[in-house]
Every structure is written in structure tokens, then in C-alpha cells.
Write a protein that binds this ligand. Structure first.
Ligand code: GAL
Length: 420
């Protein structure tokens, strides 16, 4: 008899403990918001931290859990996110780029339609139409943009150019290759590179500079062949550019890649304009005298854009909090807090231009200039879907190793057809 009572008591105690711990877990997840991105480290995390603080301030008792995974361009974060989404364990909001990068999530039902929020917040009127188109699939809008970045930039220090007797950054890739000879003769490296994604970033800017904006667009739309003589010539230029870079001893990520330019061991780096935040805030350099940037060779007057956005995942634990976060991301206040620190310009067209000075002032002026042509980034999600982008990664990895340009062009051409 007493044994039976003891068993019942034990069951009660265990259930109570389980209940309490369940309550504890639920309690924790109930008042916290897990936001997933790849913004860690200098030049990446400051803008997010400012928005997180503002979010917590506006939602007393709610904890912002920063689930960022390091690695530029999401090189690690995207893979880990994929496994979480597969396991139906999404964060409460995650970073994606505007453009075709969103397509898989939408098709597989991983993200929720935010069209109602766009109506409530009046966002269709304050975000550029072209940007909203890049967030819309089958008539529904799936993400909230925090910023606009520019990919086609070449960074340098005026000091190094002066020391080498170079009058300015190259306007074409042919001029860059001429400068590279002078640079080599003086014992420096012409171009600093980082991991594979930075090599793809370089490829897109060489294609843009050599083909021009129209044919660059046609290439991603499948209206121009990778086997065409023009693309062949651009790929040959890319191979020459690689040959005068430090690709064989490439840096671990984009910050150390830029460090080589800052130290003067390398002269140029092609990188997006998140560089400006790193160079200003971490390296303490000033625009135009300490560091400078020009459109990457051959792409003056073109804005190779990308945009960081946040989503509302299906199965988010607290969709009400996720929505509040998204409102913060899309709000004027949120964008004004985030962008000057992140080194990007606001996605909103009504943000306060006075907050964007130095490099960012120039970026904003270029973005808003109707004469400047806008194209989308390959490396940062705009113009190619994930499957195609992954195939380009594999083929490019081989091309960089073996220099077999013909094989690269054939593979990418075929993969375009197979991944649409
Ligand atoms: C891009 C992202 C930027 C910046 C960069 C380097 O893909 O859109 O915001 O973080 O990677 O990590």
C-alpha cells in the first residue's frame, strides 16, 4: 500500500518538477526575441546592437537574444540557419538579402507574408518600388529591409597611392592591370582578397565593369550566354586580376582583407561599403584623407546594390514580438540608428539625409541620383537563386584553383538552366 502511495508521490513530484521547468523554459522564450544574423565583430555588430537596445527600451521586460553567427556575407550563418529551418526550429526573425535569395524560404513556407504589415505601416510608400519588388513573390511581400549597401567599390588609402606615385584609382580593369605592374615592381600586392565569397564578389564587379550594366543584367536573366566572346573576355580579365592579387595567401575574412590595405602591404581591395564603418570606427581613418573608395573599375555611374532584410519565420515562438522587431527595422528611428553605424544607407526614402556624412553622404547621393543605374549583387543575394549561386561557388572554387575558364563558363551556363 505504502509503496503505491510512494509511487504516486514520486509521479507528482516529477510532474511538478517537469511542470516548473517547462514553465521556466516557456517563461524564458515568452519574453525574449531571438534575432539571427551574421553581424558579429567590428564593423558588423554596432548597428544591430543599437537597434537591439532601442527594441528592449521600447519593450520593457523583453530580452533581445542576439543569435549572430560570425563569417562575412553569412558564409557560416546561412548553412546553420538552413539546418535550423529544416528542423522547424527557426529563430524569431532572421536576416536575408532582398532578391532571389528569399525564394526558397517562400516556396518552402518558411517565412510569413508581411503584406498586411506593409499596409498598416505605409511601407509601400516609403520603400523604393524596385526594392519592394525584390521582396515580393507571387504578389506577397516577405521581408523588411533595414538598409541599402553598395558592392561595386574599390578601397584604398591615399597615402599608399602617393608613395607609389599613382595619381588615382584605376577607372578600368585594363588600367588596374597596368598599375599592378608598377605596384609589383615596388614590392607590394595590387589587390587584397579574402575567403571564397570575396573572390565571387570580385568576379561580379569584374563582370560588371567589363560587360557594362545592360549586359550584366542580361547575364543574370539568362539572356546572355556565359560562352559568349564578351563574357569570355571578362573572365580572362578576372583571371589576370586574380594573378596580381594575394589569393594564394588570402585573408580570413573581409576585415583582415582591408587590414592589408590599411597597413599598405596591398594597395586595393574590392569590397562592399560595410567597409566604411570598419575603416572609420574601428581603424579610426577619415574619409578621403585616411581612406578612400571609388566605383570598382569600369562601373562608375552604376550602383551594384544589395539590401539586408529581416523576416517573420513560420513557427516563430512569439510572432507578436517578431512583428514588433520588424516594425523597429522598418521604422525611421530604427533605420536612423542602424545605418550610420553599419555603414549603409537607409532603405526608407524619407530618412534624414543629414545623418549620412562623408562616405555615406556620397553613397546616399549616388543612390538617389536618377542618372545612376542600379543593378543587383550576385554574391549578396539579389540576382541569382540559392541553388544557382551555390553552383557558381563550386565552379568558381575550381576556376580559382585550376584557371580553366572554359570549363567554368560551360558549367555555369549549364547550371543556370538546371537551377531555374
Ligand atoms: C553582406 C551583408 C552586409 C555585410 C557583409 C559582410 O552579405 O549584406 O550587411 O554584413 O555581408 O559580412
Amino acid at each position: 500500500m505504502w509503496k503505491g502511495r510512494l509511487a504516486i508521490l514520486a509521479i507528482l513530484v516529477v510532474s511538478l518538477i517537469c511542470g516548473l521547468s517547462m514553465f521556466a523554459v516557456r517563461g524564458a522564450s515568452n519574453d525574449q526575441l531571438e534575432v539571427y544574423s551574421w553581424w558579429t565583430g567590428p564593423g558588423e555588430e554596432e548597428g544591430l546592437a543599437a537597434m537591439a537596445k532601442s527594441f528592449e527600451g521600447g519593450n520593457p521586460g523583453v530580452r533581445f537574444v542576439n543569435a549572430a553567427v560570425s563569417g562575412g556575407a553569412g558564409s557560416n550563418a546561412k548553412a546553420i540557419l538552413a539546418s535550423r529551418l529544416l528542423a522547424n526550429d527557426p529563430p524569431d526573425s532572421y536576416q536575408r538579402h532582398a532578391g532571389l535569395e528569399l525564394l526558397d524560404d517562400v516556396r518552402s513556407g518558411k517565412v510569413q507574408d508581411l503584406s498586411d504589415m506593409y499596409q498598416q505601416q505605409g511601407w509601400t510608400k516609403v520603400f523604393p518600388k524596385g526594392l519592394v519588388n525584390n521582396l515580393t513573390i507571387d504578389g506577397k511581400i516577405y521581408a523588411v529591409p533595414v538598409n541599402i549597401h553598395r558592392a561595386n567599390l574599390m578601397w584604398y588609402t591615399p597615402k599608399t597611392l602617393r608613395e607609389l606615385g599613382l595619381s588615382g584609382p584605376p577607372k578600368t580593369w585594363a588600367e588596374f592591370l597596368q598599375q599592378a605592374e608598377v605596384i609589383k615592381a615596388k614590392g607590394k600586392v595590387a589587390l587584397a582578397l579574402g575567403p571564397e565569397w570575396t573572390q565571387k564578389h570580385l568576379l561580379e564587379t569584374v563582370l560588371l565593369g567589363e560587360l557594362g550594366a545592360d549586359r550584366y543584367d542580361q547575364l543574370w536573366a539568362g539572356q546572355m550566354s556565359w560562352m559568349s566572346p564578351d563574357v569570355g573576355a571578362a573572365l580572362a580579365t578576372y583571371a589576370k586580376v586574380l594573378a596580381v592579387s594575394d589569393v594564394k595567401s588570402a585573408a580570413g575574412d573581409w576585415q583582415p582583407q582591408l587590414d592589408r590595405v590599411v597597413s599598405g602591404s596591398a594597395v586595393y581591395a574590392v569590397m562592399g561599403d560595410w567597409s566604411s564603418s570598419y575603416l572609420e570606427q574601428t581603424k579610426g581613418l577619415h574619409w578621403q584623407d585616411g581612406y578612400n573608395a571609388a566605383a570598382s573599375p569600369g562601373s562608375d555611374g552604376v550602383y551594384d546594390f544589395l539590401s539586408d532584410t529581416f523576416t517573420l519565420p513560420t513557427g516563430a515562438r512569439r510572432p507578436d514580438l517578431s512583428r514588433k522587431w520588424l516594425i523597429e527595422c522598418g521604422s525611421t528611428d530604427g533605420q536612423n540608428l542602424f545605418n550610420p553605424l553599419k555603414g549603409s544607407i537607409p532603405a526608407r526614402t524619407d530618412a534624414d539625409a543629414g545623418l549620412y556624412k562623408d562616405y555615406l553622404g556620397w553613397a546616399l547621393q549616388q543612390w538617389r541620383d536618377p542618372k545612376v543605374r542600379i543593378v543587383g549583387s550576385l554574391t549578396h543575394g539579389v540576382v541569382a537563386n540559392n541553388a544557382y549561386n551555390a553552383e557558381i561557388d563550386s565552379a568558381l572554387g575550381l576556376f580559382v584553383q585550376d584557371g580553366d575558364q572554359g570549363k567554368f563558363a560551360r558549367t555555369v551556363e549549364q547550371q543556370f538552366r538546371e537551377t531555374q
